[in-house]
Design a protein around this ligand. Sequence first.
Ligand code: SAH
Length: 392
Amino acid sequence: MPAIFLKPGKDKPVRQRHPWIFSGAIARVEGAPRAGAIVDVRAHDGRWLARAEYNPRSQILARAFCWDKNTQADDAFWRERLAAAIARRDAFAPGAEARRLVFAESDGLPGLILDQYRDHLAAQFLTAGAEARKAMTVRHLIDLLAPVSIIERDDSMRRKEGLPSTDGTLYGHLPDDPLIIVEHGLRFRVDLRSGQKTGFYLDQAANRAALAPFSAGREVLNAFSYTGAFAVHALAAGASHVINLDASAEALALAEANLRLNGFSPERWETIQADVFSQLRLWRDEGRRFDLIILDPPKFATSRRTLSRAARGYKDINWLAMRLLRPGGLLATFSCSGLVSRDLFQKILFGAALDAGRDARIVGHFFQSPDHPVLLTFPEAAYLKGFLLHLV
Ligand code: SAH
């Protein structure tokens, strides 16, 4: 078995079961493993620490997934990991038609994202190890879940791992008719082939349900609406009016389809295609007001280099949103940048409120849905955070 040897004093995170091993921690590599190969991780003195998947083209040179020396990473081992991840969802997200079945490292399956939309599966293979396990994974999934189709979706993370872009059908057939899923009793069209992520923002499912009761009787702005999922929940809970604001025409077309699908009268909703930064400024200048604003922007911080620009972006939209809220208004604000901690996000909101001249109180915390669990040994998996702020 090829092996990587850590530098002296660099073995503590691995012993504490953190899965990521960076190139800076590695003293030498033995046995010339190829990208995606399984290697032993050894301390400087040769002591066995873990089994990992290796990728010389990634900054994360190895991803550990097993800390038991006597367990071989064979076909049966990976099948068991998949089966265990799927079984856990029956505790976190029982009966959901759309749910994340595998959340990569958090499920002991590095680089594998697997989402279920009724009897269709959408998968992302984000690391060389996951890529190497693809054919086996597909075989096990057919066996474990008997899906109608398995669709593969690309992600920019594959580039960071030196993997080519990819998209397509891995198994079966996805019908041409739109796929409709039910989330908390509401219906949504999902585009598995070309939608963002794997088609739907499953990570916000719990927050959409949690926020809904606060929408009753309120005039709502759903900014960065994508396919209008927050809007559908808000209208079902009695919002008086919802505007969906997004830059993407395709996303808004799907949002309109979703609003119609759920039977809401067209007087209660609107879609506006515009840049959120400019549209909020325009409304500020016009004196436009709302009772509830949802801000769910894309990941602004994609690397440490972009962190300060991202922080300014978050401050800007939150400051503007605070200016647009009526007294007693609510701001549901999110950041899905893993590099922006909950603490940092709260500080950004503090700065935004000061500049907006508004008193704001935290009345709720949001987190990613429970089918995106976070292993305590791998806190990096907690990427989505949000606050519900009450403004006076
Ligand atoms: N809240 C959504 C997910 C939002 S994803 C849900 O629950 O499904 C982020 C969205 O922001 C994407 O649809 C993207 O098109 C949009 N977006 C990104 N930058 C934008 C900008 N500057 N102005 C408007 N929309 C933007």
